[in-house]
Ligand binder design. Structure first.
Ligand SMILES: O=C(O)CCC(=O)C(=O)O
Length: 318
């Protein structure tokens, strides 16, 4: 029995997720991270290489940077389609990312219990102009639309994800299991706010648009770590290629909702801070029966009901 679940969500078989989540999204992350397999790593934390982001842009300069289209190449689009993710260099300047990092840190520190190892906050764009400029930016939204091959995308949600020094692995999962969106045209931009070496826990991706099918029969386990372990075992047995390299300053990834991904522990002395933003093609509907794995999804699509097209004021069209 997982102590992070309520009586209602803990009930039934370990694979039974039919009931909706009844706590906050921060508590959802705390539960989800507890499903990661493997011993808690120990040993000393290391200092990452020093990083100088250079001069920080003012609001106008950052807005101008975020308004510039990114020159996505045909090869990058093809790689996204074939592999289910793509890592793109130089999307934002190190100084722009540092400004976002400082703002997210302040917002997390004001809202989150500092003892939590995986700190999260969402829907920041509703409150903060700098976050709004980034989350709704033509640059990032344009990449999302280009990769999905659509004219416009809508926002599902933004997320601040800070994996604190010493916090453990993120379990293997794919987001189509999480998002209550009835479409494959959904992707997430994972935007590291500092250079992210392997020992800080960068997002890692199982290559292949159809790789998720290899683990479709692994039974989910809401109480423990058998799902994460089962997925790892299948990927190892099937020699699935995993991209788990570092992210340079300014590099970010876009992964489809069918891309299996994980992340290592943060074994450095610096929080691994990320802005993650999820977009979907216009016209997508809510699934008929969202589950507890969707967390408090109603916060992201206020007023939407199962089966309805998602177009609330919280899901602007970019
Ligand atoms: O940042 C992490 O460790 C996990 C993030 C993730 O799974 C996602 O953004 O889809």
């Amino acid at each position: 029995m997982n102590p992070r679940l309520s009586a209602a969500t803990a009930a039934g078989a370990s694979s039974d997720v039919a009931v909706e989540w009844d706590r906050g999204n921060d508590q959802w992350w705390d539960w989800y991270m507890s499903l990661a397999d493997g011993p808690a790593p120990d040993g000393p934390l290391t200092d990452p290489a020093p990083h100088d982001p250079g001069p920080l842009p003012g609001d106008d300069a950052l807005a101008a940077e975020l308004a510039q289209p990114y020159p996505l190449t045909a090869d990058q689009v093809a790689a996204y389609r074939a592999e289910s993710f793509v890592k793109l260099p130089g999307v934002l300047s190190p100084g722009g990312l540092e400004r976002l990092r400082i703002r997210l840190r302040a917002m997390l520190d004001a809202a989150v219990d500092p003892s939590v190892g995986f700190q999260s906050l969402e829907m920041m764009w509703l409150e903060d102009p700098l976050l709004r400029a980034a989350v709704l930016s033509p640059r990032i939204g344009g990449i999302a639309a280009g990769l999905l091959g659509v004219d416009g995308v809508r926002l599902y949600h933004d997320n601040a994800l800070s994996k604190e020094p010493g916090a453990g692995r993120t379990p293997w999962h794919f987001d189509a299991h999480h998002f209550p969106l009835a479409s494959a045209d959904v992707l997430t931009a994972w935007i590291p706010l500092q250079p992210t070496p392997r020992e800080m826990g960068p997002l890692a991706f199982a290559r292949g648009a159809d790789t998720w099918r290899l683990v479709a029969d692994v039974e989910f386990d809401k109480h423990g770590t058998t799902y994460d372990r089962g997925v790892s075992e299948v990927f190892r047995a099937r020699a699935v290629d995993v991209e788990d390299g570092p992210f340079a300053a300014g590099e970010m990834s876009f992964h489809s909702a069918h891309c299996f991904h994980t992340a290592g522990a943060n074994r450095t002395t610096v929080p691994r801070m990320v802005l993650a933003t999820t977009y979907f093609a216009d016209g997508v509907r809510i699934v008929d029966a969202p589950t507890m794995v969707s967390g408090d999804w109603r916060k992201f699509v206020p007023g939407a009901t199962p089966g309805a097209v998602v177009a609330s004021p919280c899901n602007p069209l970019l």
